[in-house]
Design a protein around this ligand. Sequence first.
Ligand SMILES: [Zn+2]
Length: 649
Amino acid sequence: LRERRRAAALALVVALLVPGSAVGRPGAPAPGGSVEPAAQRTEMPEPIAYTLRFPEARHNAFEVEATVPTDGRDAVELLMAVWTPGSYLVREFARHVEGLAAATEAGEPLPVEKTRKNRWRVETRGAPRIVVRYRLRARETSVRTNFVDAGFALINGAPTFLTLADGPPRPHDLRVEPPPEWRVVVSALPPHPAPSPKAGEHAFRAADFDALVDSPLYAGNAAVHRFEVGGVPHLLVNEGEGEGEEATWDGPGSAAATERIVREQAKLWGAIPYPRYVFFNLLTGAGGGLEHRDSTVLMTSRWRLRTREGRLDWYGLVSHELFHAWNVKRLRPVELGPFDYEREVHTESLWVAEGVTSYYDDLLVHRAGLSTRKEYLAELSKRIESVETAPGHLVQSLASASFDAWIKFYRKDEDFVNTGADYYRKGAVVAFLLDARIRRATGGGKSLDDALRLAYARYSGERGFRPEDFRATVSEVAGGDLGGWFERHVDSAEPLDYSEALDWLGLRFADPKMEKKEKDEEDEAGKGDDPVGWLGLAAEARDGRLVVTEVKRGTPAWEGGLNVDDEILAVGEHRLPPDGWQKRLAAYRPGERQELLVARRERLARLPVVFGEEPGKRWKLEVAPNATPEQKERLAAWLGSPEELTPRP
Ligand SMILES: [Zn+2]
């Protein structure tokens, strides 16, 4: 996000759909490696040069060696990031550093002093370069940390590399010496311009520390699938795909779906901004994704593609992280770059970075023909329901939820549902309402797609956008001031109004009574018309005890004074079985008064409750049966499908 990247971001716009248009892609791997002109090389500050080795891979650790130029100083200070961009929590990566030692290039030991939790000061004794070595523990299977075992390594930048605490931005070189049995080494970094001829070595150059932190590295024996879109190479690196009968993951199928998603996103944005993109897809059984400029790390289960639901979920993840290559990695809130890696960075615009991205992830999967209209509407309905059934969305605004991500969303506790807003889900729902607002205001001429393209053209360079820039850009596309709209939907926690969006698109929320009737008809053991009692609590059986895990505000459980961690023993004089408790509670009727016998800190208490009625599925979107041809046209324009498509498997 510094100087080099500004130039790159402008230059890397590659015309789409023109085969062979990939010429002039700076940063793209040049065949055989290219050497920079001598004049440029002399002006460039000397790089920090890293080597990674894996002699202890089977013990979940690896070794780092850094040769650091001192620029003639008596002492240098090195720092490690305390957080990683895209994941807003201080994670104290320095706690995984073991045995850090420094020496001259000739091997003479140098004094090292720890000056802060994440900083080391090294006396140079006049050496032009110092060599720092340390070992890193790598056993956390997450998209933002390091994992190494006998089979493979996932190395993320923030938890791995030190850099000079001061001095000019400089390149960071990276060499990897994998164990001989690992045949695949992939990074989104460009290859080193002048690699040493050492056998078995893989060499890369990051233009600066930001680029290094933003470029995860994989080493192992993953299956690598390649495809091109608009002449730009894409790699899908499937760790754990397996071979032959062992394969549970459909490698070619996952690559084909990924390619369709890339094409759809490129169509929306109009151009591909990166020279090459890598999807690191690790079948570790963990979940989630983390975005980078030219790559993403995804984690999922090796069985995920075996069900329709799992496939759609994985497509959504791929779509989400790829969308970030535009939205947040380039079109970014002004606060999100250049980064201060040592303290929290606050922005009110995570709802744009994550909410707008969440809105488009499933929508673009659908536009790519990978999900049916019914499936897409079901996903959007789920998001709406999760917002509308969480009381916290009427407490915390999207702007505040964005700003407080570090202490609220990333530190969710049992009360988050009551006091916090989820800027992913609510942000997605608000993006949907905003899209409909623009479409309506322009008579269907413009959409949020247009607003994003305009925002990208204006703010994807060095600048980043302030909240008012984003709002002004959207207003301009909508042809009228949306200031009040944003105040209501983003700055306040007022209830959301869906009527305008639904009316424009010819949609409605299905009648919950009809829904229930249909479900009962499907379900042979249907409950008939008897309304079922409801307390609105979440609980789970732990070691034979039924323990309350969540109490939403305004529910009968809340009114009755139930607390999280209460153990529920009985309703009235009857034991409530920890297994099958929900079925038992369904035997009570709305309006029925009972006492819950609970144990709280080993003392018994009786809490009077009045059963209510479950609010029901009030948030299921469906096409209105009386939708006009005009509404149907608008719906098709929004979903990108003139008629129902047959989804690809
Ligand atoms: Zn995201």
